[in-house]
Design a protein. Structure first.
Lengths: 454, 361
């Protein structure tokens, strides 16, 4: 409403964010868990007086730096870039609420990056004790950055007391914060194992390879075993509608949630019977297979986490289409076209409703739908008559609970319906519907002619 | 017609705009220092890599500087996060709108930075295997980073012209509206790129003092080489800076000239640049202070230019404020603790090892 709407071709904004975010999550959790892995494994190498293991940690740290400091950092910026483009209003709101949280996270980033480089470049310069200490500093800063961002992420789904209190503490210590922290921390441990399986499979010395492979497998299994406990706690903290959607209320979400559980079960089974039981036969291809399964689990879970937040982007405060709940009555009264700033048609032309209808689609629907690509609106209304479309538009919020109610005047709703009807060639018997709608609108004289609202 | 500008977020600012502006400028200076070294560094290494085919000293220089660039790239990105955060907080209505209009280009920044960053690593990790081809890797990386700089100047300038938002929206497709590229933006880009080459040259001169222990002759040469880049860049900057100043719209220039503080900052910046030029051959320490002062003055001036542009449309001081002082204090305390931690790590990293060996980085 407040900002122009960008419609990324075929993908839709949600998927642009999703693709970047899933890849980032897969690397950033490794950035945290991998830090713990480096510190603990280095300590183990010193304690066991195992120089071969120490050599492995060294080579793993190079891989770590290349993956985490480059891809992890840039993809994190990428999420921020994409949310600002797709949902500027929500991003601006989050920044207003959490700017000091992000500033604190930024301090941790600075420490994290300095520590990572000094750890990596310091293998031959620092004594063992100091080097290990730098490793712990890295992990502490990385986990602290997770601690901060986790509270901001859960705020969007469970803003809790903030809706009344509007303070930083109320926003940050929201109901989902601690359960999600448990889930994410265990994901970090599991992903440390996933990546360690990749590097350990490349170790040349057979005895060392077996040792490190089964060691990495234990990390993966331990992390994966804790996730369900945190997950159940997390689900119990969700708002009722979100819980309902996540527990079978919506078929698509159930499928993805099921896939996510299925993939994580596969990860566990493959890890148990593969690297843990038969570390000698383990190889890089197997390691990548586990990594792909783990990535699929991440993708499924993140998708579900996003889906259960519908129809909101900030639960109970702002809808997915960036409309604040508080603004809905105003938009209903004065109309979408007169409330939105970035439209080309401010007035409805009863003889030609489609352009205005398309405009209304862009403002109200395009944050989640595309015309022909992801979550296609053309497919969604295929086979629907104009009357059915109009009825559903009038009852949008009861369509599986995914969508906010249509916010606009009745005439605008009919214009949107008229445009949606043109997306699929209508059956002959109702082809007249849009014109019929126009006549009806004209007779109700529902079209205001106010000045454009800047 | 009134310009179409999104309304401000109906959540109060978490601190007075003066403090947020200060943090915006302060963290921008930190970002500038790292960014200049990175962008200027890859430009200098492309040229040096080419020259290194005939003269092994250039090859040695690219090898040594390439080791420094990955951390510099990491800090350029991370230090850039903070100013952009404060920019979005105070000036989000302008920034988001200009970004969304050019969304595809703006999003491309992420991928260009990612590729450029891996270019920096590739050059470092495969320096000796690449040999003369290293110059091409650096050149490609420089092109990627220059594209990033170009998109940045385009967006950060576009956000200052809210009167153009709606006409551009009406005449284009949201996400693909990039042009036109006025001469002003090219001047601004040139201003940044020339500064980057100068500062990176200065950085190389500073680095050379660390190479003195193991190869004093080379270190002397590298210092002179770095200083040459710095002096050449700074002299050229006097021309480019004038070009930039005179391509600003007359009303903005007049607003600045009419403001004593702005004129003072501009004069101070130029004087400090002159001081740096005069002292760089004798004392890098004195020149460092002058260079830092110039960067600070220019960052402040840049902020004043932004305020002059937006004054007809927006006054941050009219926004409601509800200070979040507890969490702000936590931020400040953690910032100090974080800087102390980084300082300690750098200390243990650079202190001479117990056995007296020193490894140059």
């Amino acid at each position: 409403m407040n900002y122009p709407v960008w419609e990324p071709f075929m993908l839709g904004g949600g998927l642009v964010i999703g693709i970047i975010a899933i890849l980032h999550v897969f690397v950033s959790h490794f950035a945290v868990g991998g830090g713990l892995f480096l510190a603990l494994t280095e300590r183990k190498a010193y304690r066991d007086n195992n120089p071969a293991l120490l050599e492995y940690v060294k080579s793993h740290s190079k891989f770590f730096v290349l993956v985490v400091l480059v891809f992890g950092a840039v993809s994190g910026v990428g999420i921020w870039w994409s949310i600002g483009l797709v949902n500027p209003e929500a991003t601006a709101t989050l920044i207003h609420v959490f700017v000091w949280g992000w500033a604190i996270e930024w301090v941790f980033f600075v420490v994290e990056i300095a520590a990572a480089f000094i750890y990596y470049y310091g293998w031959d310069r620092l004594d063992a004790k100091t080097h290990l200490r730098v490793g712990w500093i890295y992990f502490a800063a990385a986990w602290a950055s997770l601690l901060v961002i986790n509270g901001i992420l859960t705020f969007m789904l469970t803003p809790g007391r903030w809706l009344q209190a509007q303070t930083f503490a109320a926003a940050y210590f929201n109901p989902g914060m601690f359960p999600s922290l448990v889930v994410r921390t265990s994901v970090c441990i599991a992903l440390a194992g996933v990546y360690a399986l990749i590097t350990s499979s490349a170790v040349r010395d057979a005895a060392l390879r077996s040792q490190v492979v089964s060691y990495a497998a234990k990390w993966l299994l331990l992390g994966t075993l804790i996730i369900p406990f945190g997950g159940i706690w997390y689900i119990s903290a969700l708002p009722a509608l979100a819980r309902e959607i996540s527990m079978g209320g919506a078929p698509a979400v159930s499928i993805f949630a099921g896939l996510s559980i299925f993939f994580s079960a596969l990860v566990m089974a493959f890890t148990y019977f593969g690297p843990l039981q038969r570390p000698r036969q383990f190889n890089l291809v197997f390691a990548f297979l586990i990594a792909v399964l783990a990535l699929s689990t991440t993708a499924g879970t993140e998708w579900v986490r996003e889906a259960v937040r519908k129809p909101y982007i900030i639960y109970g405060y702002m809808y997915s289409n960036s409309l604040r709940l508080a603004d809905v009555p105003r938009v209903r009264a004065q109309g979408v076209l007169k409330s939105a700033r970035w439209v080309r048609h401010r007035d409805l032309d009863p003889r030609d409703l489609q352009p205005a209808g398309e405009e209304i689609y862009r403002v109200q629907c395009a944050s989640c739908h595309t015309v022909d690509g992801y979550n296609s609106i053309r497919r969604a209304v295929r086979g629907w008559s104009w009357a059915m479309i109009d009825y559903e538009l009038d009852h949008l919020s009861s369509l599986g609970g995914f969508m906010p109610a249509f916010a606009g005047t009745e005439a605008e709703r009919q214009a949107l319906g008229a445009w949606l009807t043109t997306l699929n060639p209508p059956p002959a018997d109702i082809s007249i519907a849009p014109e019929a709608a126009a006549v009806e609108i004209q007779s109700q004289d529902a079209i205001g002619k106010g000045a454009p609202q800047p | 017609m009134n310009p179409v500008i999104p309304g401000p977020v109906p959540v109060p600012l978490p601190a007075p705009p003066g403090l947020l502006d200060f943090l915006l400028v302060f963290t921008f200076i930190l970002h500038m220092l790292a960014m200049n070294f990175l962008l200027g560094g890859v430009i200098i290494l492309s040229v040096s890599g080419y020259l290194g085919r005939r003269d092994s000293r250039y090859h040695e220089l690219t090898r040594r500087v390439s080791r420094v660039l990955p951390p510099v790239a990491a800090f350029t990105i991370t230090l850039g996060v903070a100013p952009l955060l404060f920019l979005q907080l105070v000036y989000g209505q302008f920034f988001y709108t200009s970004s969304v209009l050019m969304a595809w280009y703006w999003l491309a920044v992420v991928f260009l930075v990612l590729l450029g960053y891996y270019g920096v690593y590739w050059h470092q990790l495969r320096h000796d295997e690449l040999g003369p081809k290293g110059a091409w890797v650096m050149l490609a990386t420089a092109v990627l980073f220059l594209l990033v700089a170009f998109i940045f100047t385009q967006n950060i300038t576009a956000m200052l012209h809210p009167q153009d938002f709606y006409p551009r929206f009406m005449n284009g497709q949201v996400g693909k509206i990039f042009g036109p590229v006025p001469l002003l933006n090219l001047a601004r880009l040139a201003h940044f790129v020339v500064a980057a080459a100068a500062i990176a040259g200065f950085g190389i001169a500073l680095l050379s003092s660390r190479w003195r222990a193991d190869s004093p002759e080379f270190a002397d040469w590298a210092r002179r080489y770095g200083v040459t880049w710095f002096m050449g860049g700074t002299l050229l900057q006097f021309l480019v800076g004038l070009w930039f100043l005179f391509s600003l719209p007359a009303e903005i220039r007049q607003a600045l000239v009419g403001e004593k503080f702005a004129v003072g900052v501009l004069v101070l910046g130029i004087l400090l640049a002159l001081v740096a030029l005069l002292t760089v051959a004798m004392s890098l320490g004195a020149a460092s202070v002058a260079v830092l002062g110039t960067v600070c003055a220019m960052a402040v001036l840049r902020h004043l230019v932004r305020l002059a542009y937006l004054r007809p449309y927006f006054d941050a001081h009219s926004l409601p404020v509800q200070g979040q002082w507890v969490v702000f204090s936590i931020f400040v305390a953690l910032l100090l603790a974080g800087l102390a931690t980084v300082g300690w790590m750098l200390y243990v990293f650079y202190r001479p090892a117990a056995d007296g060996r020193r490894v140059s980085v």
